[in-house]
Design a protein around this ligand. Structure first.
Ligand code: ATP
Ligand code: MG
Length: 458
């Protein structure tokens, strides 16, 4: 896949001049569009944004200054270089005060032209990078390195690899901690848009009233706190990717606006009636079943169909337990600071394999990080694995340890109770006070049960 081309709009009323300009720029593999007057330029700009505009100062009807104003109001990152005859240099300098990046006085050489374009594009790149750095995703700086060899995981990964280089809208579904954000990162960094920003919005963490301005930006004075014009994420992400995390939380009020953007690429800043355009690929993620949300009237069906052109369903860790050893090794290497990565002993690994992992890969990552800190030497042992005791999943794994009894099997309640109480007692080294708390029964009842089931310490 070719790199996303840089787009340049060249505007000049002298057509022969424009043709030369076009051929020089195309030789450099820029994507070029031309316009022969200000009105034509504005028309083009209303349909697509550009990275850079080469703008003649003097043109009939609408001149360069007006086009510059139009651009500055709408496309904050687009760089403008004024082209001017010697007699208009003064105007060109004024244009710089209005926000043009630089000017070139005619006649100029090919190398002067290319040099100023390079500098202007570098400035744009830095502007965007600065903003992207502030984005949530950049802070997390997740390496798009995905571990797993199980069939369930490899299937999703292979589908992800196939859709990554396209512009397709992708919905990532999966329980909490299964790696949705990691996959979003993977999709972006394996796409032709990877040099452009990946901006993330967590729809659950932002108050409903602010989501629109986060996404689409606002004009100065649009509401009380809007003291200056603010670019929305769709604008900053232009040419790149927008990641809508926890997309099920987008309010019914906001959904039509998002839908319209998905359909047309058009949006409006809050407090403005001007349509803007941006070209972003949308990746969204949720741990909810969006069809159910649709059925419950909380999510628009038409929006769902726009978002889930391709759906990646991430398996839970429980469904791919064979990947646990690989993941453990990976976390010991990457998340733990040690000269030599610590190792895990066989009993501890066995326990990890039995546990149910309601928090999925994130929970495993935390358990390993904590264990590595707690362990006193190069080995992580059962005692270092502070797995949450008393959760259903732990009960299950303890039950398995104790007598091969699986919950939900053909056992009477008292058989399960016996195995369970025995398991909990063992897990807390027979501290009856703690066991009673975990079991939610009184100490007296616990003693009674121990007698009744004939439980002993060894
Ligand atoms: N396949 C994997 N290989 C390596 N690390 C992984 C993998 N999947 C998840 N992780 C790690 O697990 C942690 C949780 O992943 P991530 O934040 O992507 O999950 P999520 O599905 O977005 O979770 P939530 O629903 O809670 O937002 C991250 O630190 C991530 O790096
Ligand atoms: Mg997430």
């Amino acid at each position: 896949m070719p790199k996303q081309p840089i787009s340049i709009l060249a505007v000049d009323d002298e057509e022969s001049f424009l043709n030369v300009l076009r051929s020089v720029l195309e030789e450099e593999e820029y994507f070029v569009q031309t316009a022969t007057d200000g009105i034509a330029a504005i028309n083009v700009l209303q349909t697509v944004p550009f990275d850079l505009i080469l703008l003649d100062v003097k043109m009939p009807r609408v001149d360069g200054i007006e086009v510059l104003r139009f651009v500055r109001e709408r496309y904050l990152d687009t760089q403008v270089v004024m082209l001017t005859g010697v007699s208009d240099v003064k105007i060109a300098v004024e244009c710089m005060q209005l926000g043009a990046y630089d000017y070139l006085a005619k006649p100029y050489s090919r190398s002067e032209l290319l040099a100023v374009i390079d500098r202007a594009l570098e400035r744009k790149r830095l502007l965007i990078q600065n903003k992207a750095l502030r984005s949530e995703l950049a802070r997390h700086a997740l390496s798009p390195f995905m571990i797993g060899q199980s069939r369930q995981f490899v299937e999703v990964l292979s589908l992800a690899s196939r859709v990554a280089p396209t512009d397709t809208t992708v919905l990532i579904q999966g329980a909490s901690g299964t790696g949705k954000e990691l996959v979003a990162n993977f999709l972006h960094s394996n796409s032709a848009r990877k040099e452009q920003p990946l901006m993330a919005l967590n729809c659950a963490s932002i108050p409903e009233t602010l989501i629109e301005s986060e996404l689409f930006g606002h004009e100065k004075g649009a509401f009380t706190d809007a003291t200056s014009t603010k670019q929305g994420l769709v604008e900053i992400a232009n040419g790149g990717t927008l990641f809508l995390d926890e997309v099920a939380e987008i309010s019914m009020m906001m959904q039509p606006k998002l839908l319209r953007f998905l359909q047309t690429g058009e949006y409006r800043r809050v407090g403005s009636n001007k349509n803007l355009k941006s070209d972003v690929r949308i990746i969204s993620a949720t741990n909810k079943d969006l069809r159910r949300e649709v059925a419950a009237g909380r999510f628009r069906e038409d929006l769902l169909y726009r978002l889930n052109v391709i759906t990646l369903q991430l398996p839970t860790l429980r469904e791919r337990k064979e990947d646990i050893p690989l993941l453990v090794e990976h976390f010991l290497k990457t998340r733990v600071r040690a000269k030599e990565p610590k190792r895990i002993d066989a009993r501890a690994l066995e326990l990890l394999m039995k546990y149910d992992w309601p928090g999925n890969v994130r929970e495993l990552e935390n358990v390993i990080e904590r264990a590595a800190i707690l362990s006193r030497d190069d080995f992580i042992r059962v005692d270092d694995l502070a797995l949450p005791i008393g959760t259903r999943s732990m009960v299950d794994s303890l039950a398995q340890e104790s007598g091969g009894v699986r919950l939900g099997g053909a056992f009477s309640v008292s058989e399960i109770e016996k195995v369970h109480i025995d398991g909990v007692l063992k897990s807390v080294n027979w501290s009856k006070n703690i066991a009673a708390k975990i079991l939610g029964i009184s100490l007296k009842t616990l003693y009674t049960k121990i007698q009744q089931y004939n439980l002993t310490r060894e």
